[in-house]
Design a protein around this ligand. Structure first.
Ligand code: GLP
Length: 236
C-alpha cells in the first residue's frame, strides 16, 4: 500500500486526478470505479480542467459508481446519479450511456446487485477504483460489520453515517436509511485502487485502515491485502 500524505486538499486533488488521467491515457477504454462524497469533488474538478484543455478524452471510458441511496431516483438532487452528473459527467465528453450507478429505486435489490456485478464483470472488471472513506471506515456504503460482504447488496445505514450525511439534506429525517452498495468483491477485484481522505477528522480512521488490524469493523482495512492501493491523505 502506498500512503501519500500531503498538506493541502488542492495537492490531494491534483495527485488523484493525475493518477486517474494516467489510467485513461494508458487505456482510453478503461473501466473506472467512481465515488461520491465531498472528498472526490476536487479530483473531479481537476479532471474537468484536463478534459476542457484537451489533455484528457473520456469518450471511450466506462464507469461504475459504488453506491446509491434506496428510494432516490436520479432526478433527486441528493441521489448519487445526480451528484455524478453534476460534479463530473455533465462537464466532460463521457458517453452517459456508459456510466452506471446502482438503482436506488428497485423492488429487488438482490437482483439489481447481481445484475450490476454481472455488468461489471462483462465489461472486463474495474481498472481503477476511486474510493473515499466514511468517518466509521466505510467504503462505498459497506458499513462496519462482523464480516466483509462480497456482492453488490442492500445495506442499512449506521446512525453515524445518517448523521454525517444529514448535512446535504434539509433535515436528518430526509436521509434515506438504506442504500445499495458495491460489495468488497467488485472493489477488491479492481486492478488498482485509489483512496482519498482529507481533514483532521479522517486522520485516525485512515491510519487505522492502513496500519491497523484487518477487521470488518473497519471496512477499509481490507484494502491492506490488495496488491495495488494508493491512499492519499491531506491534512487540510
Ligand atoms: C458517503 C459515500 C462514501 C464516501 C463517504 C465519505 O457515505 N457513500 O462513498 O466515501 O460518504 O464522504 P466525504 O468525502 O464527504 O467525507
Amino acid at each position: 500500500m502506498k500512503f501519500i500524505k500531503v498538506k493541502t486538499y488542492e495537492e490531494l486533488s491534483k495527485i488523484a486526478a493525475d493518477i486517474i488521467a494516467d489510467q485513461i491515457k494508458e487505456k482510453p477504454d478503461c473501466i473506472l470505479g467512481l465515488a461520491t462524497g465531498s472528498t472526490p469533488i476536487g479530483t473531479y474538478k481537476e479532471l474537468i480542467k484536463k478534459n476542457k484543455n484537451g489533455e484528457l478524452d473520456f469518450s471511450h471510458v466506462t464507469s461504475f459508481n459504488l453506491d446509491e441511496y434506496i428510494g432516490l431516483d436520479g432526478e433527486h438532487d441528493q441521489s448519487y446519479r445526480y451528484f455524478m452528473n453534476n460534479q463530473l459527467f455533465n462537464h466532460v465528453n463521457i458517453d452517459k450511456s456508459k456510466t452506471s450507478v446502482p438503482s436506488g429505486c428497485t423492488d429487488d435489490p438482490e437482483k439489481e446487485g447481481a445484475e450490476y456485478d454481472k455488468r461489471i464483470a462483462e465489461a472486463g472488471g474495474i481498472d481503477l477504483q476511486l474510493l473515499g472513506i466514511g468517518n466509521n471506515g466505510h467504503i462505498g456504503f459497506n458499513e462496519p460489520d462482523s464480516y466483509f460482504t462480497g456482492p453488490t447488496h442492500l445495506v442499512k445505514l449506521e446512525p453515524s453515517t445518517i448523521e454525517a450525511n444529514a448535512r446535504f439534506f434539509e433535515t436528518i429525517d430526509d436521509v434515506p436509511k438504506q442504500a445499495i452498495t458495491m460489495g468488497m468483491a467488485s472493489i477488491m477485484q479492481a486492478k488498482k485502487i485509489l483512496l482519498v481522505a482529507s481533514g483532521k477528522g479522517k486522520k485516525e480512521i485512515t491510519e487505522k485502515a492502513v496500519y491497523g488490524n484487518i477487521d470488518p469493523k473497519v471496512p477499509a482495512s481490507i484494502l491492506q491485502v490488495h496488491h495495488d492501493v494508493t491512499v492519499i491523505y491531506s491534512e487540510e
